[in-house]
Design a protein around this ligand. Structure first.
Ligand code: SF4
Length: 321
């Protein structure tokens, strides 16, 4: 079995609801449990899709995977080592593409200066060599080199996102977290950017963590899909298997809602509970159409099927709900 490129072991991320003036967390202060005890790994060259409703913890998990925020507990390993021991080297190999290119690109800088920034930080060549690299990057993402002289507001949304992708690729990373990279774009442009991401992944042998609420896109683009609910991974497995035969009631509800505009599962009644006080037992039980007496008391343990799908639900852990 191939050694994972990225591995998360028991990763949690909690935030204080009201940090004190000195940023300290006080005893008994309520905490937002944005990510809870997540373990997963991504193999080199793999695309793992991460789906779930808004507020499920997807983006937080992506930022923690890149150590843009430190985990509250648990460990992040990259290429078998602790990336925190040399963050500068880790940043060379692991990058992020943000959802909204309009806000993630500095409006006061030209595209050339935006793309020059990561190259300068990581001491890539001299000025002339960096100019050549910037032209290469623009061509790589399907933009003309003369775009380097423009400002972000002079570009379309799709072109800005291409610049965001070029910036992430500038220092030749191995791993990229893509946080809803197409959702801020016009529908007509989304497919073009998605095609570009696939082409780049194959051409440059990249590994992606692809965060999205678009299940159709995730199915098309990803090798495996992980489903998040209230900070936890409730199901993870090969994309086609999970799409055709989801086991967890939450995954089933998401797939049934796939034609809806947003990701509110019609079979899952009520609102998502507060991550400050997640329900006891299975956190999905207040909304689950299949919930039984055990579900409110005992957290289900994750079990893996012969098809390689791991799910956390009492209907599949050998007991009864
Ligand atoms: Fe539903 Fe119970 Fe399974 Fe949770 S453990 S998803 S409440 S059946």
């Amino acid at each position: 079995m191939t050694a994972p490129l990225l591995r998360l072991d028991g990763v949690s991320k909690h935030y204080a609801t009201r940090p004190s003036l000195l940023g300290r967390v006080l005893p008994n202060q309520p905490m937002v449990r944005a990510v809870q005890d997540v373990s997963l790994s991504i193999a080199p060259g793999e695309i793992l899709g991460l789906v779930g409703e808004s507020g499920s913890g997807k983006s937080t998990l992506g930022r923690v995977a890149l150590l843009l925020e430190p985990p509250t507990s648990g460990t992040v390993a990259f290429d078998g080592a602790n990336p925190a021991s040399d963050l500068h080297a880790f940043r060379r190999r692991a990058q992020m593409v943000f959802q909204d290119p309009a806000s993630s690109l500095n409006r006061s800088l030209t595209i050339e200066r935006i793309l020059d920034s990561p190259l300068s930080v990581h001491r890539f060549g001299n000025r002339a060599e960096r100019r050549v690299r910037i032209a290469e990057l623009l061509e790589l993402v399907g933009l003309r080199p003369e775009m380097a002289r423009r400002y972000p507001h002079e570009l379309s949304g799709g072109q800005r996102q291409r610049v965001g992708i070029a910036r992430a690729l500038a220092i030749e990373p191995a791993f990229i977290v893509l946080d809803e990279p197409t959702s801020a774009l016009d529908v007509s442009i989304q497919a073009q950017v998605a095609n570009l991401l696939v082409e780049l992944q194959q051409r440059l042998s990249l590994t992606y963590l692809f965060i999205s609420h678009d299940l159709r896109l995730v199915r098309w683009l990803c090798d495996r899909i992980a489903v998040m609910y209230l900070g936890r991974i409730v199901e993870i497995g090969p994309a086609e298997t999970l799409w055709n035969a989801p086991l967890h009631p939450y995954t089933r509800a998401l797939l049934n809602a796939v034609t809806a505009e947003d990701l509110r599962p019609p079979e899952a009644a009520g609102d998502v509970p507060s991550p400050i006080r997640p329900p006891p037992g299975c956190a999905f039980h207040p909304r689950c159409p299949m919930a039984g007496p055990r579900c409110a008391q005992h957290a289900p343990r994750a079990t893996t099927t012969t098809d390689g799908v791991t799910t956390a639900c009492h209907l599949h852990d050998g007991g009864v709900a």
